[in-house]
Design a binder for this molecule. Structure first.
Ligand code: HEM
Length: 510
């Protein structure tokens, strides 16, 4: 009896063992087949480190500073090289010349968006930042037209930005020159500018729901600039089972879109088709017009995702730029003095206008240098070829993914005399006149160039001039002790946390 039982157990165990061995052999065979395919394909792509099974070339990456790893690899492999995110080849563009030959000179070909899990797995491409083809074209065209209709980038919008800068001034004045972390006041204020267009109104800085929603935006930028966020983009199917901060990405996006959906529902109740109040109304009106079109791109879900993309992209990018502005003004008091001098001479105490910048070459050069040196979106967003294309003797297939290392463009020694240092003279000639430099690409380039560029440029100028009319910046620590090294690198270069004292000032000229 006993022997029989043992024999049954043994045969069950053998069955299981054979099955497990068979599964393992199949998995290893699939993996090896994939790996051999990669090795065969590798010879057709630009050079790069040898990929390993499953991890690709990740063993060459420092996840605390992925941009530095790419810059280091370009020293060995040249300005167009290939890395492997797991089994997926990604061609890296790592100089101004490489970006010019591709994304700029072959804009149509390089205008696709590659899969970017952290965003796409939430939006499913139901918007115009992570979609492709007709949908992307139509929604981007509509969104830019709508922003323009609400005055964005035009003179009429200046007043809205100045008003918001005044709200921020009031909050900062109450600090009476004591040290503060300016992060949240700046974030909320900047976000309100894009809110005026998307939601038709600004929010009180103390509004708790608003505070939470802008924090969700900033948190996602932060998480996507950590090793968790980077791994989540490469192995989404594995990372979704692993606990870690990347799990908050979807929660944060959900909070933001719930907020927008409620706004949309409230707009629906009070919609006047002849009088759109904001982006949401304009989208709803377009939906009404396209009611009978079966292939329309306009529906409530696309509205929510498109508004989310605008709100998300237009909040932390400008906020991080302004945080760099104040950090670098504290670090370089002599630069700050020159900016103050120009504000006093050209604007005095009247409200600044965007046109004033034409008479303020130093301030303009300072802003260009902030965008170059701060480099807040170091890797832009991933691109993909929309058709087969030849570049430098390589025949790339439609669908090939490309990463633009904007940091390499902003530090390209063939384009800037002094790229290592923060120096507004990088944008000034010997007579103090502003020099345009084509290698300044904070908003990227080509078909996917940031559609918020004109809004951002106007915001940055008007916020800086309005705030510096009212405050002298002072650091609670000596300038040489101020670190400007980013504390996160990935989707964003995240400026370090700091404290600043804002002392009331009046301009010398009235
Ligand atoms: C200083 C501020 C900003 C910077 C540095 C910046 C930078 C960028 C960059 C590098 C890209 C990726 C372009 C590419 O794929 O090559 C981008 C895309 C985008 N940005 Fe901005 N941006 C800023 C402000 C804004 C604002 C204010 C808005 C909205 C009003 C906005 C909306 C978008 C959208 C919707 C996209 C996706 C476009 C597409 O895929 O067609 N951005 N931005």
């Amino acid at each position: 009896m006993g022997t029989n039982k043992q024999q049954v157990l043994l045969s069950k165990w053998m069955d299981f063992y054979s099955l497990a061995t068979a599964v393992l052999v199949i998995l290893i065979t699939i993996c090896m087949a994939k790996y051999i395919k990669i090795l065969l394909g590798k010879s057709k792509l630009p050079p790069g480190p040898t990929p390993l099974p499953i991890i690709g070339t990740l063993y060459k990456m420092n996840f605390n500073d992925i941009v530095k790893s790419l810059l280091d690899l370009s020293k060995k492999y040249g300005d167009i090289f290939t890395v492997y995110e797991g089994h997926k080849p990604v061609v890296v563009l790592c100089s101004y010349k490489a970006v010019k030959e591709t994304v700029i000179d072959k804009a149509e070909e390089f205008g696709g968006r590659a899969y970017c899990a952290s965003f796409f797995d939430f939006t499913k491409g139901d918007e115009f930042a992570f979609s492709n083809g007709e949908k992307w074209k139509e929604l981007r065209r509509f969104s830019m037209l709508t922003l323009g209709n609400f005055g964005v980038g035009k003179r009429s919008f200046e007043e809205r930005i100045r008003e918001e800068a005044l709200y921020l001034t009031d909050v900062l004045r109450k600090t009476n020159g004591s040290p503060i972390d300016p992060n949240y006041p700046i974030l909320r204020s900047v976000s309100n500018v894009v809110c005026s267009v998307v939601f038709g109104d600004r929010f009180d800085y103390q509004d708790e729901q608003f505070q939470k929603v802008v924090k969700c935006v900033q948190d996602n930028f932060r998480i996507m600039s950590t090793r968790w966020g980077l791994l989540n983009n490469i192995y989404p199917n594995v990372m979704k089972y692993i606990p870690g901060p990347h799990q908050e990405i979807i929660e944060n996006f959900t909070y933001i879109t719930d907020f927008i959906r409620k706004k949309m529902e409230s707009n629906m109740k009070t919609l006047d088709s002849n009088n759109p109040r904001d982006f949401i109304d304009s989208f709803l009106i377009k939906m009404e017009k396209e009611e009978n079109n079966k292939t329309t791109f306009y529906n409530p879900d696309t509205l929510v995702m498109s508004a989310m993309v605008l709100f998300f992209a237009g909040t932390e990018t400008v906020s991080a730029t302004l945080r760099y502005v104040f950090l670098l003004l504290m670090k370089y008091p002599s630069v700050a003095e020159k900016v103050y001098g120009e504000i006093d001479n050209v604007i005095g105490q009247r409200p600044p206008t965007f046109e004033d910048r034409l008479d303020m070459p130093y301030t303009e050069a300072f802003i260009c240098e902030i965008q170059r040196y701060g480099d807040v979106t170091p890797l832009a967003l991933p691109h993909e070829l929309t058709m087969d294309t030849q570049i430098r003797n390589y025949n790339f297939k439609k669908g090939t993914a490309f990463t633009l290392v904007l940091t390499s463009v902003h530090n390209d020694k063939t384009q800037f005399n002094n790229p290592e240092s923060f120096d507004p003279n990088n944008f000034l000639d010997e007579n103090g006149k502003l020099i345009k430099n084509n290698a300044l690409l904070p908003f990227s380039a080509g078909r996917r160039i940031c559609p918020g560029k004109s809004l951002a440029v106007m915001e940055i100028f008007l916020f800086i001039t309005s705030l510096l009319q009212n405050f002298t910046v002072k650091s609670p620590v000596p300038p040489e002790k101020i670190s400007v090294t980013p504390v996160g690198v990935g989707l964003e270069h995240i400026p370090p946390k700091y404290e600043i004292c804002l002392l009331p000032r009046t301009c010398s000229q009235k």
